[in-house]
Design a protein around this ligand. Structure first.
Ligand code: ZN
Length: 105
């Protein structure tokens, strides 16, 4: 099963506080089916410094979002779209945009 969302993809967040946010996928967690999206689903973590030279305070970081809550933004038509798969003549699987039919990979 090929991945619908890959690192480096541009995606739109469909639910939650960051709904409508468009950003790049920084990291994918295949087991959890979650992805880190740049600038989306920001959570604040309070850090206490354990060492002298470590800064303490509030750190903002992205929390992973379930892949089912993300939509790929097609690089061909620029629309958030569902992803389909197509087997090419050489047997490789490519992702296709369900809106414009363009190959994404
Ligand atoms: Zn498209």
């Amino acid at each position: 099963m090929a991945a619908k969302i890959k690192k480096g993809d541009t995606v739109m967040v469909m639910v939650g506080r960051s709904r409508g946010h468009v950003g790049k996928v920084k990291k994918v967690f295949p087991k959890e089916k979650r992805a880190l999206v740049e600038g989306a689903n920001i959570v604040k973590r309070h850090l206490r410094s354990r060492r002298e030279n470590q800064p303490s305070g509030i750190v903002e970081m992205e929390a992973p979002i379930h892949i089912s809550n993300l939509m790929l933004v097609c690089p061909n038509c620029g629309e958030p779209t569902r992803v389909g798969f197509q087997i090419r003549e050489d047997g490789t699987k490519v992702r296709v945009c369900k809106k414009c039919g363009g190959v994404i990979d």
